[in-house]
Design a protein around this ligand. Structure first.
Ligand code: SF4
Length: 222
């Protein structure tokens, strides 16, 4: 069998999720080849698909990625009809280095010099304090701990109360910011990532709205 030496444009890598941005990609943002609406933040410890392990697992540090088409992880710039990248000449660093038949180059950079929201917007941006508040009050480290503990706890009520408080706080922060800064949904997803209640959906929890507030119930007791 002939060894692969060039891209066959199968699209597999682009369907597994857009790239995380690195310092080298700041130029693309400055030149507006990429805009904030193209991006999705994956917050520290948030469960997300890892191309390194091919599994969903908490990310070890905050990442800003190119977002997907709709609800899918397929990169928004992937054109499935022509099996092509629509920003090929301006694609980010990870895409330039990725060769699925030889992953040495991508492995060298994949966790290095990745950009955070604050690297991109700057600490003086008026939304920066809102982002810091979200990180302080709604850390995924705590959410993950509560979810793990819930599955074996004989007393889930206090844990559910804590988890509900985090979910509501996350919603409060983003809702107020959306109103104050007139953010569209893509901008909200860049500045604040996905809402916590969406990320933890399907983890044995019933999440429902009652009288205008989010409530949780645990339905998957061990
Ligand atoms: S930017 Fe282009 S090459 Fe990179 S994942 Fe998206 S479609 Fe693929």
């Amino acid at each position: 069998m002939t060894q692969q030496t060039e891209c066959r444009r199968c699209g597999t890598c682009c369907r597994k999720g857009g790239p995380a941005l690195h310092d080298e990609d700041l130029e693309l943002l400055h030149a507006e080849n990429l805009v904030y609406q193209d991006l999705l933040t994956i917050r520290k410890d948030e469960p997300a698909y890892s191309p390194l392990t091919d599994q969903v697992e908490p990310v070890t540090k905050e990442l800003v990625k190119i977002s997907g088409h709709g609800q899918s992880w397929t990169c928004r710039f992937y054109d499935p009809i022509h099996s092509a990248c629509t920003i090929h000449s301006q694609r980010p660093l990870e895409c330039r280095l990725l060769k699925c038949w030889d992953t040495n180059d991508i492995m060298e950079v994949i966790k290095k010099n990745t950009l955070t929201r604050l690297d991109i917007i700057g600490k003086k941006n008026p939304i920066a304090p809102w982002i810091c508040e979200q990180e302080k009050k709604c850390p995924y480290r705590e959410t993950n701990f509560l979810l793990r503990t819930l599955s074996s706890s004989p007393h889930p009520s206090p844990l559910l109360t804590e988890l509900t408080a985090i979910i509501r706080e996350d919603l409060t922060i983003r809702t107020r910011a959306v109103a104050q800064f007139h953010l569209s949904l893509p901008l909200e997803l860049f500045y604040f990532g996905r809402p916590v209640f969406q990320v933890i959906r399907g983890k044995g929890l019933k999440i429902f709205e009652k009288q205008g507030e989010i409530h949780l119930d645990y339905v998957n007791r061990a």
